[in-house]
Design a protein around this ligand. Structure first.
Ligand code: ASP
Ligand code: MG
Length: 597
């Protein structure tokens, strides 16, 4: 019989009436012939209240006791939910994390799941019970109660769905589903019917209100189909699944991070070991870094920029200044009052002109782009915070995201179809592997490292730092039908900007021709290119919180005298451009570093 996991968040079980409503949904699924596991969070603001209560007693509660305390919220909910099911005439049994067999490591308050034993749940399901499982909690090997971090019930639900090989994991919550952007900023924001794991992860700042990122990472790793649904209506919500929705728009959503600050290290020697030093220091200081950009060096001098949350700026500056001195950089500068705006969508893999389109709509509103980074399915720009809402609205309108299946509007640049490259197969192929992977379930941060040697790099230097420049460059390229992959624009110096990007190897000559006219318009600008590059990417989960991923990659390259020419980051990827001759070696070394076969 197929298993369905249903998770109810705090607001969906806030009072007796809502608990009954949730119980009815579980019973409905049971009567449709599924085995049902219900995962519940603490009621309403219970967890917050417990946190406040602890704070009234001590400013430094021990983490072990915090877990003991916070886990009670979920214990209350499971018992009430089981009673509600009984009252409606079905069999149900509640279980705590320990009783289910959710074994975690010993990191109290943010434990990671090590394994889940399924036998007890299976036996109870086979005996006809609805199993009501406490979310957010587990137990370490010494039987201490642990919790998975705030919002962790989503992770419990996804993990149970993976362990039980469930057909679907439904996340019931107080929103209609995942939206194209924050409806508080854009009134025409629309609920998305379907989204891929990677899109959801790249939209982290949007998704945050809907689901815990970590649970999406889990779902991705074990190919769990998730459906985010409203608990207050019968709405179908949003399906989060491996395959992108091929009938839908090229762009799926617009995300933003409002409070960013930028740190620049200017005049670094362009040699192996520089990034390794900087990132080891940042990782040691536990400063989560968001965008990291390095553009191609000129005359042996490289400039590196990175962004951090504004409140982390003092710490980041301290690290940067110490590193700069050690590395012999010319200076460290910083800017505040910045926001990051990103468009995300699988359509970018197959359609040209997405970047051009984004830059066009920003230019049309006079918004200057200070930094650009990309992943295969995401383009992020750093802009002035005062223009953030305006930019989000402009981009949402520009891609016509209020329309259910907008193709890219043909203003200026036509979107050109490219043959579709679809990812891995569905769940079934992986199902057998799942049990064996469950050991050390959450210990893997890096899921893949790959290298692409089919691309060339083009760099345009000495461009004026004005709105509309990126638009001109990428419109020219898109009009020629060239699919641009990685784009890097570092913070401008002395009012001059440098933009680098990669294109398919066979398109590099055409790209250079297409750029000729643009360059003629700007005195002093010049273009260089490198026909043979290696683009090395580390794909992972929680790369931002695990700052050591960057430092380990950079150290591995530095130890082997491999120079990093260009850097680009997104929520789920860290890519570097190295010379093509080092590509194979860099791949072997970094796969070994991250324990991949
Ligand atoms: N009750 C926990 C929290 O509020 C876990 C959860 O809701 O997912 O963070
Ligand atoms: Mg909650």
């Amino acid at each position: 019989m197929s298993v369905i996991v249903q998770k109810f968040g705090g607001t969906s079980v806030a009072n007796a009436e809502k608990i009954r409503g949730a119980a009815r949904r579980a019973i409905e699924a049971r009567r449709q012939g599924h085995q049902v596991v219900v995962v519940v969070s603490a009621r309403g603001h219970k967890t917050d209240e417990l946190v406040e209560l602890a704070a009234e007693i001590t400013s430094r509660p021990r983490p072990r006791e915090m877990d003991m305390l916070l886990s009670t919220g979920e214990q209350e909910s499971v018992a009430l939910m089981a009673m509600a099911v009984h009252e409606l005439g079905e069999e149900a049994i509640s279980l705590t994390g320990a009783q289910i067999g959710v074994l975690t490591d010993t990191t109290h308050t943010k434990a990671r799941i090590v394994s889940i034993s399924t036998q007890r749940m299976r036996d109870l399901l086979n005996a006809g019970n609805i199993v009501i499982a406490a979310g957010f909690q587990g137990v370490d090997s010494d039987f201490n109660i642990t919790t998975l971090g705030r919002g962790g019930s989503d992770t419990t639900a996804t993990a149970l769905a993976a362990a039980l090989n469930a057909e679907l994991c439904e996340i019931y919550t107080d929103v209609e589903g995942v939206f194209t952007t924050d409806p508080r900023i854009v009134s025409s924001a629309r609920k998305v019917d379907r989204i891929s794991y990677d899109e959801m992860l790249e939209l982290a700042s949007l998704g945050a209100g809907v689901m815990h990122s970590r649970s999406i990472e889990f779902a991705k790793k074990y190919r769990v189909h998730l459906r985010v649904r409203p608990s207050f209506s019968d709405g179908p919500g949003t399906l989060i699944a491996p395959e992108p929705d091929q009938s839908s728009s090229i762009v799926t959503g617009v995300a933003f991070v409002r409070n960013e600050a930028l740190v620049r290290l200017i005049g670094l020697p362009d040699q192996p070991g520089v990034m390794s030093h900087l990132f080891t220091a940042l990782s040691f200081a536990k400063i989560p870094v968001d965008m990291v950009v390095q553009n191609v060096a000129r005359e042996g001098i490289a400039n590196v920029s990175f962004t951090v949350a504004e409140e982390d700026l003092p710490g980041a500056l301290q690290v940067a200044e110490t590193a700069a001195e050690k590395l012999g950089a010319i200076e460290v500068t910083h800017s505040t009052g910045l926001s990051k705006v990103s468009v995300v969508g699988h359509g970018m893999l197959t359609h040209t002109g997405v970047a051009a389109r984004m830059f066009q709509v920003l230019a049309a509103r006079g918004i200057n782009i200070q930094v650009v980074t990309t992943s295969e399915i995401k383009i992020s720009v750093l802009i002035a915070r005062s223009q953030c809402n305006d930019a989000v609205n402009a981009v949402h309108d520009g891609f016509e995201l209020h329309r259910p299946t907008a193709s890219m509007p043909e203003i200026g640049v036509a979107a050109k179809e490219r043959p579709l490259v679809v990812g891995n197969g569905g769940r079934t192929a992986l199902a057998e592997d799942i049990a064996s992977q469950l050991a050390g379930m959450e210990s893997i941060v890096v899921s893949d490292v790959y290298v692409d040697t089919d691309q060339s790099r083009v760099t345009i230097s000495n461009l004026p730092d004005d709105p509309g420049i990126a638009e001109e460059v990428f419109t020219a390229i898109a009009e020629g039908g060239v699919l641009v992959d990685m784009i890097v624009q570092n913070a401008a110096r002395d009012g001059r900007a440098t933009i680098s990007f990669t294109v398919p190897f066979e398109d590099v000559d055409r790209s250079l021709l297409l750029l000729r006219e643009v360059l003629e318009r700007y005195d002093g600008s010049s273009v260089t290119h490198d026909r043979h590059i290696g683009k090395l990417c580390v794909v992972g989960i929680g790369l931002r919180s695990h700052t050591d991923v960057g430092s380990r990659l950079f150290r591995t390259l530095a130890d082997n005298q491999i120079n990093v020419e260009m850097i680009n980051t997104s929520e789920i990827k860290l890519c570097v451009v190295i010379s093509a001759e080092h590509a194979a070696k860099a791949l072997t070394l970094s796969r070994a570093e991250f324990g991949l076969p």
